[in-house]
Design a binder for this molecule. Structure first.
Ligand SMILES: O=C(O)CCC(=O)C(=O)O
Ligand SMILES: [Fe+2]
Length: 220
């Protein structure tokens, strides 16, 4: 099966690049085409019903931890094994190319997973990459629930770079279907408020190539 998806237009891509340059994050309601959102939702609902998801950790791979006081989530890595995943990965590629041209950030490869928060799920304030690691440079979160209501909670809270943990967030984003958030992974603190319904999303990261004198960074 193949899902044909229109790509985001130059005006949307330009707005994302402008937001990232100005403040390090961008919220784009309904960025994904509806057909693609529906196909991804169908797959994550099925994986969830079949309990085909793994507990999510925190921290770097070499310091993988399960800490339910910080994060309560289940995930499934995307490997291109379904038409929905292939369409999503194909949609993400020209986004990478366009943002690389606009921002000169040299994004090299993309990894993504389905993320399910149970009722009562949350994610404490964090950065997606450790400064200096130059691993993940840009984060993408795409929301898959239909008809999210504000009273359901589960908003994404965003703070400006370097904000005091006690400072109030600058944005609370409702996880509305097909909406996409872009955040600079090393600098934009964010958190997921407690959700009162099952919350379905995709979290993705673009990484830079870390090949150097002492290390080869393979494509996969
Ligand atoms: O689901 C969200 O809104 C954000 C998730 C997140 O911060 C993460 O997976 O690192
Ligand atoms: Fe995050």
């Amino acid at each position: 099966m193949h899902i044909a998806v229109p790509l985001p237009g130059d005006n949307r891509l330009g707005a994302i690049a402008g937001d990232l340059a100005a403040r390090g994050w961008s919220w784009q309601p309904r960025l994904l085409p509806d057909d693609l959102t529906a196909a991804l939702r169908a797959e994550v609902l099925l994986r969830d019903a079949e309990q085909d998801l793994d507990p999510a950790g925190i921290g770097r791979e070499d310091a993988f931890q399960l800490d339910r006081s910080v994060r309560r989530t289940r995930i499934a890595w995307m490997d291109g094994s379904s038409a929905a995943q292939r369409a999503f990965l194909a949609w993400a590629e020209p986004v990478r190319e366009s943002l690389n041209r606009a921002l000169l950030i040299g994004m090299f490869e993309f990894e993504a997973c389905y993320v399910v928060y149970p009722e009562g799920g949350f994610y404490d304030r964090h950065l997606d990459s450790f400064a200096g690691a130059r691993n993940r440079v840009l984060s993408l979160v795409v929301y898959l629930n239909e008809a999210w209501q504000p009273e359901t909670g589960g908003a994404l809270a965003i703070w400006p770079e370097g904000a005091d943990p006690a400072a109030p967030p600058v944005a609370h984003i409702m996880p509305e279907a097909g909406g996409a958030v872009f955040m600079l992974s090393e600098t934009v603190p964010h958190a997921v408020d407690v959700t009162h319904a099952r919350r379905f999303a995709i979290a993705g990261w673009w990484r830079v190539n870390q090949s150097g004198d002492t290390r080869i960074d393979p494509l996969t």
